[in-house]
Design a protein around this ligand. Structure first.
Ligand code: AMP
Length: 451
């Protein structure tokens, strides 16, 4: 099971933490819509609440208010397969030799299957399909009498991405894997300290951004500040570039980069690429595929001087289409989610900008809708390179054979399959330029994985 998730941890001096954790989860809802949970701790022990669906459905305020304690963690979960297994919802709660623990995990382990076989052969009873549980079993089997030693043991056996928040009997921690694959940031509120997947959660809590949990770092979050230790030797550094392309909220700062600005630069790079290669004609308008294509379309329009028109509207009442089980229901719901403003595109040469193409269903449908609305030509620009490899590290991309680029032998063939008049992807080099040439994992675009 592949997962994309969001985590938050809050420690306050005296006030209950649950309300702030709840608010943080609302701000991280884009990172997972399948389930959500909160765990808090006080003198009476661990309290937790979990449920399926969106935060508003799964964690109603009147129930959250019953979670007492001034420290807590929260998690939103998203997986490829819509699952009715409530036990897969985090935080995962367990009793270890060194205490009662709740853990929230964003990321994915590459060696999950081998770990599971090994643990089961030694008698571990695994009760969920989450790799997070395997991490907890490893910690339990470590023989360690402290969290730090147990984490060290676990980290020496797992390969992959993990940004963790951990609540252990009145102590609160955040840990990021040595490659720093998923984001994790620290902040300060009026009366305490927090960690969260993205800075948009800090904004929702009125918290000041302090910086990132660095790769390999274990941070203890106390009511008076952070205790920081480099627990795991860092490297090779490989934050996920797809966080900047698509996954993170545009108002977040991720891996030290403002997401909106990075996406605008991706769009500018697309326009620069077009200008260098030369176009057969000049498009009349640049139209973003909402919401994820908007920043790149702004960048394309600014760089090229071609006017930006919001000619595709998105309904805010229809959920994400990506995880619906079959192609037919996905195709239909795209029509419910997006509509084209006919008079804006009629008779025009339209250049559509989207952030990425995965299976190609969305793009094919949108190209068709814009054409049906009367566009003379429909060009497509994609603000990321072709996605040709599945992600094993926490982004939900489908198998190799489902990725549209692998179903065709060339970009020209993909262009025909999407019925676009003209298709161009961002090159890996241009994406590197747009993201300040920082060291990233480009695994889904190049097949080179850091672990
Ligand atoms: P499709 O090509 O129809 O499979 O869907 C591609 C669109 O889904 C992209 O334009 C993105 O906006 C969005 N998308 C890309 N990757 C993901 C993902 N891992 N989870 C959810 N949505 C995604």
């Amino acid at each position: 099971m592949r997962e994309e998730c969001g985590v938050v941890a809050v420690c306050r001096k005296e006030q209950p933490a649950a309300g702030l954790v709840h608010r943080g989860l609302f701000a991280l809802q884009h990172r997972g819509q399948e389930g959500a949970g909160i765990a808090t701790w006080d003198a009476d022990g661990m309290h937790f609440l979990k449920g399926r669906g969106l935060v508003a459905e799964s964690l109603p305020t009147y129930k959250v208010e019953r979670l007492t304690g001034n420290m807590g963690i929260g998690h939103v979960r998203y997986s490829t397969v819509p699952s009715d297994r409530t036990e897969n919802i985090q935080p995962f709660v367990a009793t270890l030799p060194f205490g009662h623990m709740a853990i929230g995990h964003n990321g994915n382990l590459k060696n999950q299957a081998a770990l599971q076989r090994d643990l089961e052969s030694r008698g571990s009873l695994i009760s969920t399909s989450m790799d997070t549980e395997l991490m907890v079993h490893l910690m339990a089997r470590s023989g360690a009498d402290s969290l730090e030693t147990a984490l060290h043991f676990m980290a020496s056996r797992v390969q992959g991405a993990y940004s963790l928040v951990i609540l252990l009997e009145g102590r609160l921690f955040a840990l990021r894997d040595p490659c720093g694959i998923r984001p994790l940031v620290l902040g300060q509120t009026g009366d305490g300290f927090v960690a969260a997947s993205e800075t948009c959660a800090l904004d929702a809590l009125d918290a000041k951004y302090i910086g990132e949990v660095t790769p390999g770092e274990l941070v203890e979050i106390t009511p008076n500040g952070f205790r920081r230790t480099l627990l795991l030797e860092p490297g090779p550094l490989a934050p996920c570039v797809f966080e900047l392309v698509y996954f993170a909220r545009p108002n977040s700062v991720v891996f030290g980069q403002a997401v909106q600005s990075a996406r605008v630069r991706m769009g500018q790079q697309l326009a620069i690429g077009d200008a260098e290669e030369g176009l057969s004609a000049r498009p009349d308008i640049v139209v973003p595929v909402p919401d994820s294509g908007v920043p790149a379309a702004i960048g394309y329009s600014r760089e090229s001087g071609i006017p930006l028109e919001m000619a595709i509207l998105r309904s805010h009442y229809v959920g994400r289409t990506f995880i619906l089980p079959d192609q037919d229901s996905r195709t239909h719901s795209i029509r419910l989610k997006l509509s084209v403003v006919r008079e804006m595109v009629e008779g025009k040469r339209v250049l559509l900008v989207d952030d990425s193409i995965v299976r190609g269903n969305t793009s094919r449908k949108i190209v068709q809708m814009v054409r049906e609305a009367g566009a003379r030509e429909v060009w497509l620009r994609v603000a990321s390179p072709a996605l040709g490899w599945p992600c094993y590290l926490g982004i939900d991309t489908p198998s190799y054979g489902e990725l549209i680029i692998n179903r065709h032998t060339s970009v020209a063939e993909v262009e025909r399959s999407l019925c676009a008049d003209n298709l161009r992807y961002l090159s890996v080099d241009a994406l590197k330029q747009a993201t300040s040439n920082a060291s990233f994992c480009f695994g889904c675009m190049t097949g080179d994985y850091p672990v």
